[in-house]
Design a protein around this ligand. Structure first.
Ligand SMILES: Cc1cc2nc3c(=O)[nH]c(=O)nc-3n(C[C@H](O)[C@H](O)[C@H](O)COP(=O)(O)O)c2cc1C
Length: 203
């Protein structure tokens, strides 16, 4: 009979034996943090391992806002990157379940407010709740972009106004990769950009 395998749910260390170890040799947690590895959970563990490795990819954090007529909404996103500088084009990966996704699809425009290390509250406000349930713009200080009429958030570093290029945008399963041209931008506050890693370490 083959020996049992136990996976540490904190660091994914695998221990072989009849029972879990008293202490994880990698991260130090006790036996209660170990789960028995079955055929099914090997796949799960591998998926988790890949996800952990992907945490090594660096990102900034942004609030992406868009509109549907006179209605406004915004969401937190890490998946924004600049693709070209002439013309300036960016891409954002937005989940199809998000209200912001629908607003961008309808209006073809969005803003990206670039967050600073002081903006933890904005990350949570726009990232942990949906505009489908609450009016996230209520109580938030914002102005409307001149080119797009879409809100950008005050007390952030700067903002971009973007127009979607439908030919270049791609359906990538759960998300749409919106490729867009930057048609306006301005600086707002001084500060250090918030990275995803900094947010995770300090939230
Ligand atoms: C740190 C952080 C990063 C996020 N990055 C993304 C992202 O890149 N793309 C995305 O679709 N959702 C992302 N989200 C999740 C959305 O912000 C979240 O689902 C939000 O509630 C959607 O709001 P909406 O339905 O009002 O548009 C992120 C959330 C957090 C907290």
């Amino acid at each position: 009979m083959s020996a049992k395998k136990w996976r540490c749910t904190v660091c994914n260390y695998i221990h072989t034996g009849e029972t879990p170890p008293d202490k994880c040799p990698v991260c130090g947690v006790g036996p209660e943090k170990f789960v028995l590895v079955t055929e099914e959970t090997v796949d799960e563990a591998r998926k988790r391992e890949l996800q952990n490795i992907c945490f090594g990819i660096s990102y900034g954090l942004y609030v992406i806002c868009s509109k549907d007529g006179a209605k406004f909404n915004g969401q937190t996103a890490n998946s924004l990157f600049q693709i070209t500088s002439d013309p300036i084009q960016v891409a954002i990966g937005i989940n199809k379940n998000n209200l912001t996704h629908d607003y961008i699809k309808k209006s073809g425009v969005f803003t990206a407010s670039i967050l600073s290390q002081e903006n933890h509250d904005l990350v949570k406000h726009f990232g942990y709740q949906s505009g489908k349930e609450v009016d996230k713009m209520k109580g938030i200080k914002f102005k409307l972009g001149e080119k797009t009429g879409v809100p950008y958030i005050q007390k952030t570093l700067s903002y971009l106004e973007c127009e979607v290029d439908w030919e270049k945008s791609v359906d990538v399963g759960t998300h749409t990769l919106y490729v867009a041209r930057v048609i306006g931008a301005d600086k707002l506050e001084q500060g250090e950009p918030m990275t995803y890693a900094y947010y995770r370490a300090t939230r």
